[in-house]
Structures are given as C-alpha cells and as structure tokens.
Ligand binder design. Structure first.
Ligand SMILES: Cc1cc2nc3c(=O)[nH]c(=O)nc-3n(C[C@H](O)[C@H](O)[C@H](O)COP(=O)(O)OP(=O)(O)OC[C@H]3O[C@@H](n4cnc5c(N)ncnc54)[C@H](O)[C@@H]3O)c2cc1C
Length: 366
C-alpha cells in the first residue's frame, strides 16, 4: 500500500519521491565542511539499524506501521493540542538515546480513511496523571516508547482534525523515525544531562552532571527561527536525551504565548538552565512587520564551522552561531530566509541573507 502525503492531489506523491527528498534535506553545510561527517552519517545509520530488532514488527520502524494507543490528549486552545501515544507493545529501543540531538526527526501518522500520512515531530514528554503535568523523560528512560506531540489543528485540515476527534485509547498507526536534519556525529562524546529539567533527578553516572564538565569536542552554537508548531524542532533538540551541547538562540513567533500551553514553562526552565536564549514574539501584541524588524536587528553574522575540534574553554560565553535553522509556515520561512520549495531549499534570501548567511549555513525545515 502506497501511503501518500497528499490525499487531495490527483497524482499522489510517490513514497519513493518523498524518501529521496528527505535524503536531500540532510545537513548540507556539514557535509560540505567536514569529511568526518560522512563517516558519522553512515555510523549513526548503522548504529540505529544494529540496535533495532529487524524481525520485531512491534518496534518503531520507517518500513512498517506500528500500533500506538492515544494515552492522553490535552487541548491548549481551539486550534492547538498535545497528544501522547503509547505503543501497544513496549519498545525495546530507547529512540531518544538513539537519535540524541544529532538528529532532528519526525514520524508519520497514518490516516486510514483517506489513505494519507502526515509528519509530526515527537517530544520526549510524558503525562503524569498524579501531577497532571507533561514531564520531560528522565535520562536513560524511554517510558516504554511513549511519544508526545504538539499539534495545530487547521479548520479544513485533514489529519490533525481527525487526530483531535479520536477518543483516548483509540489505536493509531505510526512509522518512523525519519531524519529531517542530521548534525555531525561525535564519536564517544559524553552525554549532556537533562537533570536540570528533572524535578525527581534520576542520577546516572554516564551523564555529565554540571555545566562546567568538559566535553571531548568543542560545542558549536546555532540560531533557530520558529513560528507556530515549528517550535517543536527546537524543543526536540533541547529535550532529547543527550541534548544539544552548544548554545541555541531561539526566535519564536506565535499568535500569543498561551498557544504554547505547558511547553512555555518548559522553555523557561531551559532558559534558566542556560540551555537556550529565548526571544519570544506575539503577533497579538505586535505586527508581523514589527517582529520581522526586531528579529532582523538581532541577527548576527555567521561563524565558520571548523569541524570537530578538541574541547576548549575559550570563547565559552561568546555566542558564535554557525548554523541557522528555520521552521514555520511558508510566509514566515520566506521572510526569514527566502522561499522553500517542496522538494528543494530554494536560495537563501530574506533577513538571513541580508546578514551574510547563505545556503552553506541556513537550513529550512517544513
Ligand atoms: C517533518 C515535519 C514535521 C512536522 N511536525 C509537526 C508537528 O509536530 N506538529 C504539527 O502540528 N504539524 C507538524 N507538521 C505539519 C503536519 O505534517 C501537517 O502538515 C499538518 O498537521 C496539517 O495537516 P492536516 O492533514 O491536518 O491538514 P491539510 O489537510 O494538509 O491542510 C493544511 C492546510 O491546508 C488547508 N487546506 C486543506 N485543504 C485545502 C484545499 N483543498 N484548498 C486550500 N487549502 C486547503 C487547510 O485549511 C490547512 O490550512 C510537520 C510537517 C513536517 C514535514
């Protein structure tokens, strides 16, 4: 069965085409600048394959759909909700320790009635019925394979609306992971802990505890520009096991901050732990034009990615972004970085181009 992204178009996009487009979306900048990356890309692919039990049809896989039940659904406002799904069979693989912050990844949800799939970006959050809060998974724990999503429901949209109407315990089918962006692989690098986000602190010796501990390789900084549900890309990098090690400056725009629901306090905790520098904009308070002007003034020039360098404390507090990731609606991507086409990145224009960024260091995500 050929599951497609687009039910309404007469000529359905073939799965093959979709796959090849994903491949072309791999980290172009790092491929161009670091020979070591090629080894890393192959290495990370094989390490994922080797751990995954190929005969086990219950494990999450890009090649077949796996059944998950809706274990929690939480409305944030009329058009945004959180969805937690739990696999019917516990997952042996901890996908979060497999993917880490070296990969931005998504899964596909099947809508069986109209025979389409849609991509969603999982977050390592789990609903705690006692506290009634979404909690970040502890290091080393995969909550049996639970995945959570922050989803926007469009008025005439097909799949998000359908998902929103489904009752708890309804079974849906998911396949993945699909890598949307890949960072350089850091062989044998120490893992950064998430203890700063964990109220009940589960201590694991294999994780770096303090922020002063030394990594083997020099972390690099990035800027992220997100709008609406695009914020999930930043949250995935910040919340996954072994989270992003460098500094992230996040420019996020939504109608208002309430749309982020419980994700906003999590972002604030991340900022308090110096994992992210937040720049939040609300279109309910400012015009899009005003926001674009402020963002434009805050964008600094790009720094050169120098490959895998040994760790050094020099420049520790100096923000030196080597990559800009942009994720949001078409018009937002256009004004920040120039238009993104369905199957290609398109030239870098907009605010980033005016500050000296180009296709070597800008990546547009859908
Ligand atoms: C890698 C990736 C990760 C993603 N992660 C997330 C995520 O974590 N959370 C999230 O919310 N989304 C995410 N998305 C977007 C998601 O995949 C869907 O595109 C989104 O949920 C809309 O799908 P839909 O089926 O509900 O709406 P669609 O049916 O695709 O409709 C989308 C829009 O088109 C309009 N529309 C529909 N039909 C027509 C028509 N005939 N004419 C004109 N306009 C029409 C709708 O009103 C709506 O505005 C991600 C996308 C990608 C590619």
């Amino acid at each position: 069965m050929l599951w497609t992204k687009n039910a309404s178009s007469g000529s359905r996009i073939a799965r093959m085409l979709h796959k090849s487009s994903k491949k072309s979306r791999y980290s172009k900048m790092f491929l161009a600048t670091s020979g070591l990356l090629t080894v890393g890309l192959i290495g990370s692919y094989f390490s994922y394959e080797s751990v995954r039990d190929r005969d086990n049809t219950h494990e999450l896989s890009p090649s077949h759909f796996v059944k998950y039940r809706i274990s929690h659904k939480q409305d944030i406002d009329p058009s945004h909700f959180l969805l937690e799904v739990t696999p019917l069979v516990k997952q042996k693989v901890n996908i979060w320790s497999q993917m880490t912050a070296e990969n931005l990844w998504s899964i596909e949800v099947k809508q069986p009635e109209v025979m389409v799939v849609r991509s969603y970006t999982p977050l390592p959050l789990s609903f705690n019925p006692a506290s009634k809060e979404m909690e970040v998974l502890k290091d080393g724990c995969n909550a049996d394979g639970k995945l959570s999503f922050y989803i926007k429901k469009y008025e005439n949209g097909e799949v998000a609306r359908w998902l929103h109407h489904l009752p708890e315990d309804h079974v849906i089918e998911i396949r993945g992971p699909f890598v949307d962006y890949e960072f350089p692989h850091l062989p044998n690098e120490l893992k950064r802990s998430r203890n700063c986000l964990d109220m009940n602190n589960c201590d694991k010796k294999s994780y770096i505890k303090g922020e002063n501990s030394q990594f083997f390789y020099q972390p690099y900084d990035i800027m992220m520009f997100t709008a609406g549900t695009g914020v999930v890309t930043a949250l995935q990098l910040l919340l996954t096991e072994s989270p992003f090690r460098g500094n992230i400056k996040l420019f996020h725009t939504s109608d208002n901050i309430r749309q982020l629901g419980p994700l906003y306090p999590i972002l604030l905790r991340l900022q308090a732990s110096k994992r992210v520098q937040l720049n939040i904009f609300e279109t309910d308070r400012q015009t899009k034009q005003e926001i674009v002007e402020i963002i434009g003034k805050s964008i600094t020039r790009p720094y050169l990615y120098k490959g895998l360098l040994p760790f050094s404390n020099n420049n520790k507090n100096k923000f030196q972004p080597i990559l800009a990731l942009v994720c949001g609606p078409e018009s937002y991507i256009s004004s920040i970085s120039g238009r993104k086409y369905d199957l290609s990145q398109g030239p870098v224009k907009g605010l980033l181009s005016s500050k000296g960024w180009n296709s070597e260091n800008v990546y547009k995500l859908s």
